[in-house]
Design a protein around this ligand. Structure first.
Ligand SMILES: C[S@@+](CC[C@H](N)C(=O)[O-])C[C@H]1O[C@@H](n2cnc3c(N)ncnc32)[C@H](O)[C@@H]1O
Length: 194
C-alpha cells in the first residue's frame, strides 16, 4: 500500500466521511481546528441535518465560527468548547446511536500553538465514545499523524482502538498505515450493522 500524500490526506478523509452521510444526518467533527472539516460536514448533512464540532482552543472555535458564518452554515452546527473526550456527555441523548459520521483530524492547529496537540489517552477515550454514538453502519474516520513529537504514541493508541473494533466485528481499514513512517494515515471504522 502506498503512503498518502499529506496534502491530500484531509480531502481523502472528507471523501471517506461523505460516503456515509446523507441529507438530514447528524455528524461530529471531533477536532474543529480551522473549521474546514466542520464546514464540509455541515454542507454534507444539508439544512435538515446537524453537526457537533469540538475543540479545546477558543481560537480554533472562532475560526470555525467565522468560516461557518461566511458559508451560511452556522445554524446547522453546534460548537462545543470542550474536549472530545467529553462527547458522550455533550451530545444530546436523543442523538446517541444516530450519528452517521465522526471525523477526527488529530495533531495541532495549523498556524496555532504547536504545544497544544491531541493526546493519546483523551484521543482513545474520544474514539471509544464516538463509536458508541454512531448508528449501525455509521462511520468513524480518523487522520493520525506520526511526524510530530508524541504523534507516534498517539498513532499507536489509534491502532490499538482499530484492533478492538476489528475484534468486535466492525469493518476496519488502515489507509496508508506503515509502522513508523513519519507520514499521516487514515483509520476508517464502519460500525457493524445492528
Ligand atoms: C489538525 S487540527 C484540526 C483541523 C480541522 N479539522 C480543520 O478542518 O481545520 C487539530 C485540532 O484538535 C484540537 N484539539 C486538541 N486536543 C483536543 C481535544 N482534547 N478535544 C478537542 N479538540 C482538540 C486542537 O486544538 C486543533 O485545533
Amino acid at each position: 500500500m502506498a503512503p498518502i500524500n499529506p496534502i491530500r490526506v484531509t480531502e481523502r478523509a472528507q471523501k471517506l466521511a461523505s460516503e456515509a452521510i446523507k441529507a438530514g444526518d447528524f455528524a461530529i467533527d471531533a477536532t474543529a481546528g480551522k473549521g474546514r472539516d466542520t464546514a464540509f460536514l455541515a454542507q454534507a448533512v444539508g439544512p435538515g441535518g446537524h453537526v457537533h464540532a469540538f475543540d479545546i482552543q477558543a481560537e480554533a472555535l472562532r475560526s470555525t465560527n467565522n468560516l461557518l458564518e461566511a458559508a451560511g452554515l452556522l445554524e446547522r452546527t453546534t460548537l462545543h468548547h470542550r474536549s472530545h473526550a467529553e462527547i458522550l456527555a455533550a451530545i444530546p441523548v436523543a442523538h446517541h446511536g444516530k450519528v452517521a459520521v465522526a471525523l477526527f483530524n488529530l495533531g495541532y492547529l495549523p498556524g496555532g500553538n504547536l504545544a497544544i496537540i491531541t493526546q493519546p489517552a483523551t484521543t482513545a477515550q474520544a474514539l471509544q465514545a464516538a463509536l458508541k454514538l454512531l448508528r449501525p453502519s455509521g462511520r468513524l474516520v480518523c487522520v493520525a499523524y506520526t511526524g510530530h513529537p508524541g504523534g507516534s504514541d498517539e498513532s499507536d493508541s489509534v491502532l490499538a482502538f482499530a484492533l478492538q473494533c476489528e475484534q468486535a466485528g466492525d469493518t476496519v481499514e488502515k489507509i496508508g498505515y506503515f509502522p513508523n513512517p513519519g507520514k499521516p494515515w487514515i483509520l476508517v471504522v464502519t460500525k457493524k450493522s445492528a
